[in-house]
Design a protein around this ligand. Structure first.
Ligand code: UDP
Length: 236
């Protein structure tokens, strides 16, 4: 196995599936199955989920809600997704714990690093909801930070595209995919992998990132087994 402990980042939008808003239950079930496969291989799995399918802080400013308030609304949106994912994982027969960056004691535990690691060691899937718990951050930054804190081997960023391209493959037909990239090159070429805060955290802590297509069954398993799926971004 190439990775023993992974931090899987899923965007909120990914949960919409074919819908325009909210959560697609088929998509959730599909993700649960993919996660189950790596869990059954003995991989320790932590997950950060976004909230973009429900609410984004920057959106709020347009409607007169101040940015900080909007960001907290965004964090609550990630918790809704996290709870839905938790249910799907449990229905798939997995043990889970949801840990929140803000206090929501009736539904989940607060994030405590040592406890998170203990859950992982016991084979529980740990979902980090509510981001870092601070405004002006994103769930990508949360993924990088939590991955470093729990000493994950890699951040796996599940997207709709199968890696990092020279240009946006949905707009430019001539775009080609990178199999590997260094942090330096990704930065110099201005390739949009994560926001800068998230990206820099990974770079400074030598934490590799894999960008891959989460919607293709088997991909997650293949990455963990060491196959060259998606784009691997590392220090070298
Ligand atoms: N957010 C935040 N602090 C965090 C994580 C998230 O304020 O640590 C807010 C922010 O407003 C963000 C929203 O939660 O827009 C939803 O997260 P994100 O946009 O990262 O979700 P994704 O794009 O992955 O669906």
């Amino acid at each position: 196995m190439k990775y023993n402990r992974i931090l899987l980042k899923l965007s909120g939008e990914a949960l919409m599936g074919e819908k325009n808003y909210g959560i697609d239950s088929n998509r959730l079930e599909q993700y649960a199955q993919e996660i189950r496969k790596v869990r059954d291989m003995g991989v320790e799995v932590a997950i950060v989920i976004g909230g973009g399918n429900i609410f984004r802080g920057v959106q709020a400013e347009k409607t007169g809600i101040d940015r900080v308030q909007g960001d907290y609304m965004g964090m609550l949106a990630t918790l809704i997704n996290a709870m839905a994912l938790q249910s799907a994982l449990e229905q798939g027969g997995m043990y889970t714990r949801l840990m929140s960056g803000i206090k929501v004691e009736s539904v989940c535990e607060p994030f405590i690093r040592r406890r998170a690691i203990r859950h992982l060691e016991k084979g529980r899937i740990v979902i980090f909801g509510a981001g870092i718990g601070n405004p002006y951050f994103t769930t990508d930054s949360t993924a990088s930070l939590r991955a470093i804190e729990i000493e994950a081997d890699v951040v796996l960023k599940g997207t709709r595209v199968d890696g990092v391209y020279t240009a946006d493959p949905e707009k430019d037909k001539n775009a080609t995919k990178y199999t590997t990239l260094s942090f330096q090159e990704a930065y110099q070429k201005n390739l949009n992998i994560m926001d800068m805060t998230a990206f820099t955290l990974c770079q400074e802590n030598n934490l590799p990132i894999v960008v891959f297509d989460m919607n293709k069954p088997g991909n997650l398993e293949k990455i963990v087994s060491g196959e060259d799926i998606g784009t691997l971004i590392t220090s070298i």
